[in-house]
Design a protein around this ligand. Structure first.
Ligand code: XCC
Ligand code: SF4
Length: 630
């Protein structure tokens, strides 16, 4: 402890440059090169003013052509595009959640998938009013899986999970008519509204965007998180490592990438199997190293301590090491570039999901029924590929950091239990955290989430923002690629307490936590929703009064916009470092940055200047404190 040396963005960039030299040697393409070909981007697209939802178009709005052929104005076009963007994200997260429910439905005591956290299953069953007494845990699992699956298409009523929110929040949602009904319905309704000749009123389009977002965060994503915990265990703090240096040149390297833990859990299971390790040895390797990229990595890091090779814009780097025997992917955020790139090396690019099929990949179709044998086949394929490695192409940057991860809501509450001087019993609540915030030891919290985007120097915004926040005694909870940026830099090492202000440092010491807490993958932003809901209930405040904000400084995906919408709709001011293609409409800008506040007590701030972005967040947190008189 105390001897922390952060890995700087400059060091990471130097490592990437060295890997790109290998790429150049073998004639590989790279995102850095493709960005150049795509710059400058289409101005109409950037501003969101291009419409091609009917075959009379495409129409694009300019001062000389202020309306499309149907007469739609720029606000309608930008608004529809924004809603469609949201619907894409909500569908994606929610379908991931649905897959998890199906996996739970197939769980068997002697099968590949088991119920690892029966207590959590029972807790959720009670919450949902499902009878648990005397029921076999697997019968209950199947019943709960089916009940959850019904949430996707039920004809009447609103999402069950909404009841977790404080009553005040539920009332806001009800009054604004944004309570999500069936999950699939909100996606379908969004597409319906955005069809030619339906909604072109920004207010209506924004309202549905919030509703579709809520169907994700308080619907599909929450199913994904909660039932993943039931199946694979609720994360608890554990130690791991992050950055490319976690790959091991002596071992068979398998990199898991994507989002759905159903696949990666099985791959990890088999990679630990003595029979497989012996097989790797018989191929000339010393063992097997599994590491991860993107949210699949977060899932297995949180539950198994599997190291994180990197985040979104590092996915090509793992292949460029020349030491990757197989990159095994499930769904989402997978560059189609991995196909041609892996062909420049010995790497096997293994796709596994009917949802994410790509050229130049080996497709080993993975499903719940055959999970065990397919996972074994994947691990064996990787082992057999070890001998095809070209030693002169191997270069793994010697770069990694220690990270303590695994802060599920449950783990967080437990960890913070001791950090209180309270005379009253606060066990199992968020009250210790509230005390820290009220007393000013911690000024507030920021939820840092989202991707990398070449429009922002990769990881720089994540890391610099977090450093400044913790120095100002603001605790950071992180997920997705933002969490991985933190881990790679060293901010999830407990020694990072030395970068904090005196108050947060003290809390880190007392609770034995790092100042940036890894809460999981992007569907796990639902954990953050549960956290703020409980903070509000335990403090008697509204969520919007808490000195808490959300931030996605480098986001790129449709999912991120869906997330932004539900975070705002939950009452949390949200700060974006990249514009969601709404710059072309003053009315849409007005709705998102101000108008929605009348409905949900929070709104967006878009600020592409990173320095200003962090200052604005700190100011907002201090404003909230002042309003509370703390
Ligand atoms: Fe994908 Fe989830 Fe973004 Fe990372 S943070 S690039 S969405 S992996 Ni979700
Ligand atoms: Fe053009 Fe209207 Fe068709 Fe869009 S819906 S492409 S604006 S005619």
């Amino acid at each position: 402890m105390g001897d922390l040396k952060l890995t700087t963005v400059e060091e990471m960039e130097a490592a990437t440059a060295r890997l790109l030299e290998t790429g150049a040697k073998v004639g590989a393409d790279a995102w850095q090169l493709r960005v150049k070909n795509q710059t400058p981007h289409c101005k109409f697209g950037e501003q969101g003013v291009c419409c091609r939802i009917c075959a009379m178009g495409p129409c694009r709005i300019t001062p000389k052509a202020p309306r499309g052929i149907c007469g739609c104005d720029v606000h309608g076009i930008v608004g529809r595009n924004y809603l469609k963007f949201t619907a894409g994200g909500a569908a994606t997260h929610s379908d991931h959640g649905r897959e998890i429910c199906h996996t739970l439905y197939e769980a068997k005591p002697d099968g590949a998938y088991k119920v690892k956290d029966p207590e959590k299953l029972i807790r959720i069953a009670k919450e949902w009013g499902v009878e648990t007494e005397g029921k076999d845990i697997y019968d209950l699992a199947h019943e709960m899986a089916e009940t959850a699956l019904m949430e996707y298409g039920k004809p009447f009523g609103v999402q069950r999970w909404l009841k977790r929110a404080p009553e005040h929040t539920q009332k806001l949602w009800h009054d604004a008519e944004i309570e999500p009904r069936a999950i699939d319905r909100e996606v379908a309704t969004s597409l319906h509204m955005a069809h030619m000749g339906c909604s072109s009123l920004p207010e209506a389009l924004v309202r549905q965007s919030l509703r579709a977002g809520l169907a994700d965060g308080w619907g599909g994503s929450m199913c994904g998180t909660e039932f993943s915990d039931v199946l694979f265990g609720t994360p608890k703090p554990l130690d791991t490592e992050a950055n490319l240096g976690v790959m091991n040149a002596d071992n068979v390297n398998i990199v898991v990438h994507g989002h759905d833990p159903s696949l990666s859990e099985m791959v990890c299971e088999y990679a630990d199997d003595p029979e497989m390790i012996a097989y790797a040895k018989s191929m000339g390797a010393k063992g097997i190293t599994v590491s991860g990229v993107c949210c699949t990595s977060n899932e297995v890091a949180m539950r198994r301590g599997v190291p994180m090779a990197g985040n979104f814009l590092q996915q090509e780097n793992v292949v460029l090491t020349g030491a990757c025997e197989a990159i095994v992917v499930d769904v989402q955020c997978i560059f189609p570039a991995l196909g041609p790139l892996s062909k420049c090396f010995h790497t096997k690019f293994i796709t596994t999901s009917p949802i994410a099929q790509m050229p130049d990949s080996d497709y080993i179709r993975f499903d719940v029924g055959t999970a065990a044998e397919k996972a074994k086949q994947i691990v064996m394929t990787a082992c057999e590929n070890f001998k095809n490695r070209k030693p002169d192409l191997v270069y793994i940057p010697d770069m990694k950091q220690k990270a303590t991860v695994g802060y599920s809501f449950e783990a967080l509450v437990k960890t913070l239990d001791g950090v209180t001087n309270s005379q009253v019993d606060v066990t199992g609540t968020t009250k210790p955290l509230i005390e820290c915030i009220t007393s000013g030891v911690i000024r507030g919290a920021v939820a840092m989430v989202g991707c990398n985007n070449p429009k922002i120097r990769p990881d720089y915004a994540h890391i610099e923002l977090m450093k400044k926040l913790i120095a100002n005694d603001i605790v950071v909870v992180a997920s997705g690629c933002s969490a991985q940026a933190a881990a790679k830099a060293g901010l999830m090492d407990k020694a990072a307490k030395d970068l904090c202000g005196a108050g947060l440092k003290r809390v880190c010491e007392l609770a034995d936590i790092p100042p940036v807490l890894h809460m999981g993958s992007c569907v796990d932003i639902s954990r953050m929703m549960v956290l703020v809901a409980e903070l509000a209930k335990d403090s008697g405040l509204n969520i919007s009064q808490l000195p808490v904000v959300g931030c996605a400084p480098e986001w790129m995906s449709e999912k991120a916009v869906s997330i932004g919408n539900y975070v705002v709709a939950t009452g949390i001011d949200t700060f974006l470092g990249v514009d969601p293609y709404v710059a072309g409409s003053s009315e849409m800008g007005q709705w998102l940055t101000e108008g929605v506040r009348d409905w949900v007590e929070a709104a967006y701030t878009v600020e592409t200047d990173i320095e200003k972005l962090v200052d604005k967040m700190i100011d907002r947190i201090e404003e909230k404190r002042t309003a509370l008189g703390i």
